[in-house]
Design a protein around this ligand. Structure first.
Ligand code: COA
Length: 324
């Protein structure tokens, strides 16, 4: 019977090759090593499932640097062409989700990007989606992924707003601005969090989560009119793989005046000045004003992403992934 176990520290090659996706072993290995170095992955968080005579699948737990509990599954792969891959996948996910729960996770995510690309090369999207749904995952958000590259002209920074950094305004004012700009958002995940937890708690938790991303406090700014009216905010950061526009928002009373462009140009400029040669950003497929702002600023769409999530109930002894 197939057996799931964490890899040993010297088994990285075995982990990399434990699936039918063997086209990019060098890049996958480099990615894993960079995640180990960043503190987003650990050898004991990399799992293989072994059949009678060889590994038949793998998956790893991933988190943001500095966090002790896992947030996401990455590098999930099976021998997809083999007919019993659904059973293998269910078995693997069940064990690894239990492991994540024991490590303190209350929910775990998985992002499915199309087309297949570095660093996960997610071929067999239908089979993956089926496997996730069988394990109890639901789609929480679908996004368009945008990227600006240094070859593209950077958006010019208009001068109608006055910016003040997180250091200048303090955390309480910044969190309050997050709450205000998130009102009536077209982003499904932020809207759901506001409904479930209430706007203030959702805003605070959003701020804390974004704080885990590498950033200089001067990269997070509130924007005001010259008269001192709050217009919005920009949060520019670096995640473990790329500089990112973490969040942009305009307070409801100032929407429809193109301020998203000013904020995005400022965020892109902040990251460029810090040496970024590319900047990435995701926006909900329903957030048309935001997607238009990215396109106007010279960002190009490079992928679509489906964000899956599963809750991990904490009650002892309860299977988290249903029956095999
Ligand atoms: C997305 C956002 C930054 C756009 O800012 P903006 O400066 O209003 O953008 P624009 O001025 O280009 O607006 C374009 C149009 O979209 C409309 N629009 C903007 N936000 C809207 C919203 N949340 N709901 C409905 N319509 C909206 C504007 O009224 C405007 O309509 P008009 O052309 O008929 O006047 C702003 O809506 C916002 O802060 N939303 C909440 C936070 C958010 O979703 N951030 C992005 C997460 S990645």
């Amino acid at each position: 019977m197939p057996h799931t176990r964490p890899m040993r520290a010297d088994e990285l090659d075995l982990f990399v090759e434990a699936s039918s996706e063997s086209r990019h072993p060098r890049e996958i290995k480099q990615y894993i090593e960079s995640m180990f170095a960043a503190g987003s992955m650990r050898p004991e968080w990399c799992f293989v499932i072994e059949g009678e005579d060889r590994p038949i699948g793998r998956v790893a737990l991933w988190t943001l640097p500095g966090m002790s509990e896992p947030l996401d599954l990455v590098l999930l792969d099976l021998r997809w062409e083999e007919p019993d891959h659904p059973t293998t996948g269910t078995r693997l996910l069940r064990r690894v989700l239990e492991e994540a729960r024991d490590l303190g996770a209350r929910e775990v995510g998985y992002v499915l990007d199309a087309p297949p690309m570095w660093p996960q090369w997610q071929y067999y999207p239908k089979e993956r989606a089926g496997m996730l749904v069988r394990a109890g995952f639901i789609v929480e958000r679908e996004t368009i992924r945008f990227e600006w590259r240094s070859g593209n002209a950077p958006p010019s920074v208009p001068e109608r707003l006055v910016f003040r950094s997180l250091e200048e305004v303090g955390k309480a004012a910044f969190v309050d601005a997050v709450v205000r700009v998130s009102e009536d958002t077209l982003d499904r995940e932020i809207r759901n969090e506001r409904e479930e937890r209430g706007p203030e708690k959702a805003g605070r938790e959003f701020f804390e989560m974004e704080s885990k991303l590498e950033h200089d406090p001067s990269w997070w700014r509130l924007a005001y009119t010259p008269e001192g009216d709050l217009v919005g905010l920009i949060m520019a950061s670096k995640n473990p793989t790329s500089p990112v526009i973490g969040y942009i928002g305009v307070v409801p009373e100032h929407r429809g005046r193109g301020y998203a462009d000013d904020l995005l140009a400022t965020g892109t400029d902040i990251l460029r000045s810090a040496g970024a040669e590319q900047v990435r950003a995701d926006t909900d497929i329903h957030n048309a004003p935001m997607a238009l702002a990215f396109r106007r600023a010279g960002y190009t769409e490079f992928a679509t992403r489906r964000e899956y999530g599963v809750d991990l109930p904490s009650n002892e002894g309860r299977p988290v992934t249903g029956s095999a």
